[in-house]
Ligand binder design. Structure first.
Ligand code: ADP
Length: 315
């Protein structure tokens, strides 16, 4: 986490007129992985795909903080601080906040976490531009990037059904999605994720979850954030995961894809995920002190067969 601290210190330089030079300087700080730290994962995916849902569940499982830049933006908006008016206009039009502001918010969040002794992270909604990805790459190593995928008509329905409890902050969804198969796409069922009775009267809708703004956000995702997928694909770090349905259908499969369905031996599972990423790319050599459990090696060939037949794969 100490290396991420540099994100904050380098943010000003990264956006100065000498940005290119500053970034060259940042690359000199490229982090070597320390196996003492927790996972450093990124969740990518279109608005409404469920990045927050799955990243926060995984965060509880692996003990790394779930850091959603969208939440940081909304906190800033709610704070009535100097940025809030400016942010409201950008977010409510479905546009992206500037890289500079986002890096600043993220740096501050990481610093707060560092003082609390947090280790590792699961980033959700960052990086969203190639510039952000380059800056992140310059300051620390990302172990794995999970790219959640869902058909676009379902994404829109999910965003429109999203509700938040204004009191406890819980995320729910009132949409009941049941689309038949067609045009070569499989059918899909997603039950609503209803709130408990005491939240029911306190539900609010995000101001940017209107049909017009969601469509704009999807458009901007395709334009600005798709290239981020390619950025990580080229580096052999992208795990493509097609959500097969709602949480009951998707969660166990995601755990399988990450090989953490049995967290009795959490360290081994995480090490295996690192191992898989490294094995897929010749760029990243095996660390001498790499922890790999023997059963993982035994299971490896079986997993290879399994992955090649299922809906998730390393790009
Ligand atoms: P989404 O459902 O679109 O994934 P988020 O909650 O992640 O929404 O983000 C909400 C808004 O916050 C975005 O539409 C954007 O305006 C802003 N935002 C969040 N993360 C970033 C980022 N990494 N870069 C720029 N803007 C961001």
């Amino acid at each position: 986490m100490a290396i991420l601290h540099r994100l904050h210190r380098s943010a000003a330089a990264a956006f100065s007129p000498a940005a290119a030079a500053a970034r060259r300087g940042l690359s000199a700080l490229a982090a070597e992985r320390t196996l003492e730290r927790n996972v450093q994962w990124v969740f990518l995916g279109c608005p409404g795909v469920g990045k927050g849902t799955y990243a926060s569940r995984l965060s509880q499982l692996v003990g790394a903080p779930h850091i959603a830049t969208g939440d940081l933006v909304r906190e800033e908006l709610a704070s009535s601080g100097p940025l809030s008016q400016q942010l409201a206009e950008i977010v409510n039009q479905g546009k992206l906040v500037s890289d500079e502001i986002i890096i600043d918010l993220l740096s501050k969040r990481l610093e707060r976490g560092e003082t609390k002794g947090e280790s590792g992270f699961i980033l959700d909604g960052f990086p969203r531009t190639v510039v952000q990805a380059e800056i992140l790459e310059g300051v620390t190593e990302i172990d794995l990037v999970v790219n959640l995928k869902l058909r676009e008509d379902v994404l829109l329905e999910k965003c429109l059904g999203r509700r938040i409890c204004s009191q406890c902050g819980g995320n729910f969804n009132i949409a009941s999605i049941n689309v038949g198969e067609g045009n070569g796409k499989p059918g899909m069922y997603m039950a609503p994720l209803l709130p408990p009775a005491n939240c029911m009267s306190k539900l609010i809708t995000r101001a940017d979850d209107t049909e017009e703004v969601v469509k704009k956000r999807l458009h901007i995702y395709n334009e600005m954030s798709r290239p981020v997928e390619e950025f990580y694909r080229k580096r052999g770090k992208l795990l493509e995961f097609n959500l097969p349905g709602g949480i009951p259908a998707s969660w166990p499969k995601l755990l399988q894809a990450l090989n953490i369905e049995d967290l009795d031996d959490k360290q081994c599972a995480v090490a295996y995920t690192f191992e898989r990423v490294e094995r897929r790319t010749s760029k990243y050599s095996m660390q001498p002190d790499h922890i790999v459990c023997p059963w993982i090696l035994v299971a490896f060939s079986w997993m290879e067969m399994f992955f090649s037949r299922s809906e998730f794969c390393f790009a």
